[in-house]
Design a protein around this ligand. Sequence first.
Ligand code: NAP
Length: 297
Amino acid sequence: MTAAIIDGKAFAASLRVKVGELAAAFAAKTGRKAGLAVVLVGEDPASQVYVRSKGKQTVEAGMASFEHKLPADTPEADLLALIDQLNTDPAVDGILVQLPLPGHMDEQKVIAAINPDKDADGFHVINVGRLGVGQPGFVPCTPLGCLMLLKDQLGSLSGLNAVVIGRSNIVGKPMAQLLLAESCTVTIAHSRTKDLPAVVRRADIVVAAVGRPEMVKADWIKPGATVIDVGINRVPAAEEGKTRLVGDVDYAGAMAVAGAVTPVPGGVGPMTIAVLLRNALVAAYRNAGLELAADAI
Ligand code: NAP
């Protein structure tokens, strides 16, 4: 048996088309483009790449992109003042502060300063709480993207056993909440979990968000399970001096056992920015008091 490959790249492209259509409709209704502001502090090379692609994809979707680049030694008070300004700027619908922040800044304090109704990343405690109690809010982009892929692949998730490996605030915990809201029976595994292979073997759905290359082996996976690999790990390639990306799952092994698997790259990765655009657009509709059907996007 060979598992189906879940094509996150194609799904993300179709999501961006939908965002583009709704962004055009928003502009026609309001006379302005929906806007996403991205704040980058410092010169972390990976963050610079992310911010560049976020800006490019925002513009391609017909939205306005506002980029704010601050030097690494910016005082925290200056960043908080900028966030305050973005919170009240009517042209800005979504705000994202690229993490990680330099060591002298308190990330929780900075996230708490963002208006929760413009919190496109869904990291504000108000949005964490809204997700917990099932109120409309904003959900972190990577786990929401994983959920979209799962629903596209499986339809209803009701009653399925889901195991999420990893309990970070940005992936594992919100992923578990989303799966619970879909009526899965959810287990959250982490570094202290006893007999992880046995726990994973019970899962109809496995979401691996660990950051350990190819940790999840084929014999951990229940035949026919759906495997979502969030991990992005750089490892040495066969060719001297080169590297390649692998996930948290032994992809070749999983392909022989699972029902469906996300590849790395090309699975979860491309979903994150597409969902960010989706969140910013939803913020624009909500904050303008415009109707957006629950299943519109
Ligand atoms: P993180 O904050 O480092 O969390 C990792 C989690 O894995 C922790 O809960 C940790 O448990 C658990 N863990 C570590 N070793 C383990 C082990 N041996 N067995 C079981 N659990 C173990 O990482 P993250 O931010 O959630 O990211 C996870 C991975 O996803 C990374 O590879 C990251 O690059 C990737 N990622 C991808 C995207 C994307 O595709 N766009 C977005 C975000 C993250 P403890 O809590 O007990 O320490």
